[in-house]
Design a protein around this ligand. Structure first.
Ligand code: FAD
Ligand code: 3HM
Length: 394
């Protein structure tokens, strides 16, 4: 018997690709996901997710698994030269911290349970607007929908020839997962709430910052930021003497970080002229890599994966697969402003270091975090705004 389901081919098994694959499979699509690496595994250390992506995890049924090994710290604390600027309790804002391997495993389990066909060691080298995908093996496959979720160096994007602008910022970070060492930290600074996220900034006499993020009871994510022009600050493995001289209260965890090779990532933002072409769409870092200030790279990747799956499913249900190219353009038009905002704001923070002042979870900085991409009525007021403008103009 032939399979009458709509078919999607996805390049990339990161947070974007796995979320899109799961959502589409749950909505009745047959989905094949290609991951270039020999196995599906998350690189990197820790991650913070906000309401926008936690709603997506609810929608694909992955929240229980996620919550098994993640936490919501009591507050987000910001310090300047070890003086507390703010302790924001983020009342009313849903957020969680976790390790990247845990989030990846959670999404991988959801994808497998939804029946996604996952091919590891399968590299996509090109895609066409007509829905053809070419693999490194030379094999070609066709699909109703092609998704490029293959990261900042996306082969799908480059083969489609979509123009891209890349902006590099002067700062960057090296990330580590280390044991919590809670008792030792408590002994060094007894009055500190070591379950908080603590953003330790030093701007004078030298720009060095440690973002301290508990990921669960046992694991701690620490990100060490310095300007790329500072050779000692951005050195890997880290210069333990330098970092402990500036952050002596973090000595036990910095010592562990110094035993890990690490990799320094310079902040960058990439913006595309358009995210879709024919039956092909880009999501995640392939479409919109951003500075990490708002911790929204993965969050917006998952948000766009979900809204794309919904838009594509609704389009084929009402207009057949010929309606997909137009539906993808429409999806970008209504959804992209939320990601543009996160990119712009994150880049502004990276360039100005304004985050060091604390009290950051207000206004535009939390708009993306509060967004609910699973609410079918989320654009009602946008439409009302447009209608109002049209009425006013006539
Ligand atoms: P990726 O994670 O890059 O996944 C792409 C996948 O595609 C990989 O598995 C890769 O092997 C595969 N692939 C690549 N090319 C091919 C190919 N040709 N064929 C097949 N497979 C291919 N975001 C947050 O939301 N919260 C945070 O706290 C946060 N902290 C961050 C801290 C730092 C320092 C950085 C640099 C980023 C941070 N981010 C954070 C951003 C987040 O990590 C990324 O935005 C997110 O991982 C993007 O997911 P993705 O699936 O689009 O891409
Ligand atoms: C979670 C998080 N937040 C901010 C940054 C940053 O500004 O570099 C990095 C992060 O992983």
């Amino acid at each position: 018997m032939t399979d009458s389901r709509r078919h999607a081919e996805i390049s990339g098994g990161g947070f974007a690709g796995l979320t899109a694959a799961t959502a589409l499979a749950q909505k009745g699509w047959s989905v094949r996901l290609h991951e270039r690496a020999p196995e599906l595994r998350a690189e990197g250390a820790g991650i913070v997710l906000w309401n926008n992506s936690l709603q997506v995890l609810d929608a694909i049924g992955a929240t229980h698994d996620l919550n098994e090994r993640s936490m919501t710290p009591p507050a987000y604390e910001t310090r300047m030269n070890n003086v507390i600027q703010s302790q924001e309790e983020l009342d009313g804002i849903r957020w969680r911290t976790m390790t990247r391997p845990h989030l990846h495993q959670t999404l991988l389990t959801a994808a497998r349970e939804a029946g996604v066909e996952i091919l590891a060691g399968s590299e996509v080298v090109a895609a066409t607007p007509e829905g053809e995908v070419t693999l490194a093996s030379g094999e070609k496959r066709t699909a109703d929908l092609v998704i490029g979720a293959d990261g900042v160096g996306s082969a799908v994007r480059d083969s489609l020839g979509i123009p891209l602008k890349r902006q590099r910022s002067g700062d960057g970070i090296t990330r580590f997962l280390v044991p919590r060492h809670k008792a030792e930290l408590q002994a060094l600074e007894p009055d500190t709430e070591w379950d908080n996220v603590i953003d330790f900034w030093n701007l004078e006499p030298r720009v060095l910052r440690v973002l301290y993020t508990p990921a669960n009871d046992e694991e701690l994510y620490i990100a060490l930021m310095s300007p790329s022009a500072d050779a000692d600050g951005s050195r890997v493995p880290i210069d333990l003497e330098l970092w402990t001289s500036v952050f002596p209260q973090l000595a036990p965890v910095l010592q562990d970080a110094a035993g890990i090779q690490g990799r320094y990532y310079g902040y960058q933002t990439t913006r595309l002229e358009h995210w879709t072409q024919g039956r092909a769409a880009l999501i995640g870092d392939s479409a919109h890599a951003m500075c990490p200030a708002l911790a929204q790279g993965a969050g917006t990747a998952m948000q766009n994966a979900w809204t794309l799956a919904v838009a594509a499913t609704e389009a084929v249900a009402s207009g057949g697969t010929d309606s997909l190219p137009h539906a993808l353009t429409e999806w970008e038009r209504v959804e992209r402003p939320y990601t543009d905002l996160a990119q712009d704001r994150s880049q502004w923070y990276a360039d100005t270091r304004e985050m060091a002042k604390g009290n950051q979870f207000v206004g535009e900085s939390v708009e993306t975090a509060l967004y609910n991409p699973t609410d079918p009525h989320r654009h009602d007021s946008d439409r009302n705004d447009t209608e109002r403008h049209e009425v006013a103009a006539s």
